[in-house]
Design a protein around this ligand. Sequence first.
Ligand SMILES: [Zn+2]
Length: 362
Amino acid sequence: MSTNARAFPEEERALRENTWWDALCRRDKQADGRFVYGVKTTGIFCMPSCASRLPLRENVQFFVDAARQAGFRPCKRCCPGNPSREQRQCAAIERACQLMAQAETSLTLAQVAKAVGISPYHFHRLFKTQVGVTPKRYATALRGQRVRALLNGDAPVTQAALAAGFHSSEQFYQESHQLLGMPPRSFKHKGQGMTIHFTIGSCSLGAVLVAESERGVCAVLLGDDATALKNELHSLFANATLVEGDVAFEQRMALVIRAIDSPGAPLTLPLDIRGTAFQLRVLQALRDIPRGTTLSYRDVAEKIGQPDAVRAVAGACAANRLAVIVPCHRVIRTDGALSGYRWGIARKRQLLENEAKVSHDG
Ligand SMILES: [Zn+2]
């Protein structure tokens, strides 16, 4: 039987599989959908929560999704591969987020709920649980992203505001401070007055810390161990109140971890991106780099209309707090060398290889 279809550096895979083995021993329902395990002695694969007898560790082989290709048959008891009710609901909400993001004009809650086949009441509740904000606040965040993108172009402010779905330029000015992420006092003072929830999990790149402010995901940090990640978060938001997230929070943050592990999956959670006006323009340019492609620092500098600011662009990339989600890993040196990466050159290489693979696969 082949080894895991995707190649991971040995120690990172071991770290990840240890976490998965722990989840398997606990029959952790929350791990369902994140991995499956095959039992070499029976040729059958199961979901982590399956009630069948716990196999010996040495007989277990873990998969993200390729158990069938490796010759394992699905278990009749837990039916891996058939999405659970939670997974179907999760997919419906993700679809709703995409619909809202792609819509030219603002959609009503009833319209979105109907499009994904859920009653409006149920939809509102599910959306809030999964995304962490109401559909209305999510739509507001989307408008903010659109207006940021438009303002980076040549559109005058009023025109950009209307094109982004604001009803009036007045409404835009009311919300702009928050939406544009201009450095407010709390940013300058390392998170003073902010409450930040965070959780630490594992992904294919090792340990990952995901943090969220009241506005959205504010940090995604990669590392080798939990303590170092907590320290990094603390140094970024030294004056904020940091709160370890509960189970519901962890479930929502699993979406972020999934977006890291499957480069093709869109992340639909609102983001809290802060920085100077220059940094925001760089970060927006990074988000526009298509998956599976790279730009040089010079390319990015040209894209934001400041061809001489190559060093400052590199600085803004290095200051990125949202690993993978804001794809600073897609910026490399003009000569093609990978150059630096805040979270280590090995992770940058792995990310680019994964993305190239997904792009080639279709
Ligand atoms: Zn099973």
